[in-house]
Design a protein around this ligand. Structure first.
Ligand code: ZN
Length: 140
């Protein structure tokens, strides 16, 4: 990955083979980014997305393997969970028949490029476990 900072805005270019969440999380750790918004586009060839089942309190999972897909939308944020940068991202992926699948991003591997904008907010916001949903929610 290569990066450039313009004021509070980071521009990240991920390269083929990099896993999106871990690469950006490590970037946030290295640069002490504790809060911000994330958006992006690009292409992946392997991904795992989820939909949270509120009754079962777990994610339904859909996986894609060795399939070229466009990231038509990537949106989310970085905050802190137990003191460490934590990404919460949602993604839309377009397949070769131009269908779009979307959900909570669990894993995605870049196939061509990832063009990510990270708007760093000069603040620290933590997440706290919410017993009702069993999810770590923004602690505002
Ligand atoms: Zn989510």
């Amino acid at each position: 990955m290569v990066s450039k900072k313009i004021n509070h805005q980071w521009v990240l270019r991920l390269i083929k083979g990099e896993e999106l969440i871990s690469t950006i999380t490590n970037f946030c750790i290295d640069n002490q980014i504790k809060f911000g918004t994330i958006s992006g586009i690009g292409a992946v060839d392997k991904a795992k997305i989820g939909l949270y089942d509120g009754k079962k309190k777990q994610y339904l999972i859909k996986e894609f393997f060795n399939e070229d897909m466009e990231i038509t939308s990537l949106n989310g944020n970085v905050s802190l969970k137990e003191g460490n940068p934590f990404l919460h991202l949602h993604i839309n992926l377009a397949t070769s028949d131009f269908q779009v699948f979307g959900g909570h991003l669990l894993e995605a591997f870049i196939s061509a490029t990832g063009e990510i904008f990270l708007n760093e907010i000069d603040h620290a916001i933590d997440r706290k476990l919410d017993p009702e949903t069993n999810l770590y929610l923004l602690d505002l």
